[in-house]
Write a protein that binds this ligand. Structure first.
Ligand SMILES: [Cu+2]
Length: 343
């Protein structure tokens, strides 16, 4: 390959990489909520107008430089007479300060208007969900139902949901771009409120947007919007009491869970005990039904689950769960037990 082609290739790769970010379940484009659509509209205004402005400003810059070079003006001593100079300065002021000033003022007015209009849901929320940020996962509580889960939030489609957020450790930020009006900070000791609603059923991706530590980038979540019947069924499955297993293999799994000290960090009955304090690790009652492990770090398969318990740092280096050395049989029993929960 000729070296001269490298810059063109690099440019092409950069554009392709940029465009690849335009789709998918976490895009700010193609939103599924009236407020998110307004924000998307604002984004399009900003995108196109800053594009035009950039062309104007950089075009002016290149034009000016080229003109000076052509006139042989490369040194301050070559400056033109004061009258020409004053005229040129005026243009620099108009293009460099006036134009952006007018644009930014207009944009500010539109943006503040949008901010007010997206702050409140179109109608009274029908459900409240509490989300507590942890390094590096999300505790999800349905206070009206007394249930707790993690990393995967289920909501009925089409209905405004009130989301009350806080944090158990450092500041995180809650953002599900397709279905929530912007982001909201999760601050320890404070409860912030945002709302969301999904126009269509689907799984929408959310992401922590406040740097919170080594695995900030792998602190993601799924919001699954379902038809009301499916959502009610989901709630009902979570409301079941935890029963002591009767099969020997499952009992052995429970024993391994206790002996290995998992209970120090994990509850596994899906019930809220203490409000808002939470436990160090996610509740495991409905682990089987979650699509991912470790806040979207890995697909939830039996193989990955075993590998996660042995060494979660393989998936998420720096995660706040230690590696566990377990015998093959113990590990198998433990995983079988975990997968039997919440049935
Ligand atoms: Cu975070």
């Amino acid at each position: 390959m000729r070296l001269a082609r490298l810059p063109a290739l690099a440019g092409f790769a950069a554009v392709a990489a940029l465009l690849a970010g335009c789709g998918g379940p976490q895009s700010i484009i193609g939103t599924m909520n009236p407020a998110a659509r307004e924000i998307e509209g604002l984004w399009w205004i900003a995108f196109t107008s800053t594009g035009v402005l950039s062309v104007l400003v950089f075009g002016g810059l290149f034009w000016g430089v080229r003109r000076s070079l052509r006139a042989g003006r490369t040194h301050p001593a070559d400056d033109p007479d004061p009258a020409t100079r004053a005229r040129e300065d005026r243009w620099i002021l108009i293009l460099g300060a006036g134009l952006p000033g007018v644009f930014l003022t207009g944009f500010l007015i539109v943006a503040v208007g949008t901010g007010f209009s997206v702050a409140e849901p179109p109608s009274e929320p029908t459900l409240t969900v509490e989300v507590i940020g942890h390094k590096f996962w999300w505790e999800v509580i349905y206070p009206e139902h007394g249930i707790v889960t993690a990393n995967e939030l289920h909501i009925p489609v089409g209905e405004p949901i009130e989301v009350r957020v806080t944090s158990a450790d450092v500041i995180h930020s809650f953002w599900v771009p397709k279905i929530s009006p912007g982001k909201i900070d999760m601050v320890p000791g404070r409860t912030n409120v945002i709302w969301m609603s999904a126009d269509e059923p689907g799984a929408y991706r959310g992401q922590c947007t406040e740097f919170c530590g080594v695995q900030h980038a792998l602190m993601s979540m799924l919001v699954v919007a379902e038809e009301p019947d499916d959502f009610e069924a989901w709630l009902a499955r979570r409301g079941r009491p935890l029963a002591l297993p009767d099969e020997p293999e499952l009992l052995r799994g429970l024993e391994v869970f206790t002996d290995a000290g998992c209970a120090a960090c994990h509850t596994m009955d899906g019930r809220v005990r203490t409000a808002v304090t939470g436990s160090p690790g996610p509740d495991l009652f409905d682990l089987r039904s979650r699509r991912t492990l470790g806040a979207l770090a890995a697909e939830n398969t039996r193989e990955n689950l075993e590998a996660w318990i042995v060494d979660p740092h393989r998936f998420k280096p720096g995660v706040r769960m230690p590696a566990h050395r377990l015998g093959e049989d113990d590990l198998a029993a433990l995983v079988t037990y975990l997968e039997s929960l919440g049935r």
